[in-house]
Design a binder for this molecule. Sequence first.
Ligand code: ZN
Length: 299
Amino acid sequence: MADQLIRATAADGGIRAVGAIATRLTEEARRRHKLSYVATAALGRTMSAGLLLVSNMKRAESRVNIRVKGNGPLGGILVDAGLDGTVRGYVGNPSIELPPNAKGKLDVGGAVGQSGYLYVVRDVGYGYPYSSTVELVSGEIGDDIANYLVNSEQTPSALVVGVFLEAGQVKAAGGILLQVLPKAARDEALVETLESRVAALSGFTPLLQAGKTLPDIFQQLLGDMGPVLLPETQLLRFHCGCSRSRLMGALKMLGEAEIQDMIEKDNGAEATCHFCGEVYKASRDELVELIGELYGAQS
Ligand code: ZN
């Protein structure tokens, strides 16, 4: 199934539901960054969470950045997700691997670390981004994002995100976010019902692997609450806005002395995009030309 995001409402608009299938984009991130199993799970869960979080923003340029900084060996996660369905991200130490945790699952909490911070920035695209920080709860990502939504955005939320790998590849990834909207937020029984239903799922990826679609999953979770699917299915993909011309622009900003240094020491320049792993090269001649442009700009 193609990577996609679907929205729904339930309980007469008191509940907002979003589901995302992110299998292919998580596999693409794994390949691009040569991620270990546990790093794939950590980044994949965070990318799914980013896509779920950005889905309730309005302006087309809206983006959500999630930064996870824990005390574990993974060394941090950064994800950038857009309302346009694009997402990119990376981790500090892509190759670290850990033994499975006590439940026999990939030890994302151990890799991220149980102690540290989760930073979320919501940016509508014209300045004044809204940013907020909470302490990590478990480092498992899903719990941490749910805690952020409840404590920082005051929206009672139940969330599950997951990544399943087999034979070195991502076979299923994505998540579901259920939120109780302000008109129903005082209905504590409703909030608890959603939390217990999501907790009873025992994960998101087993549902995908059992062949369930997002509408099937909404039906399973909210079938007795009058779920209404929104008609639009949004496609999701891994995408990074980096380009060769952006690299050249960044080099130019360094100024003549630095560029001259690159020409003499390295006979050129090479830069790797953190977000997507793309490698860009500039030759000696191109750097010389760049210095010429600097002079052109000054005269
Ligand atoms: Zn890039």
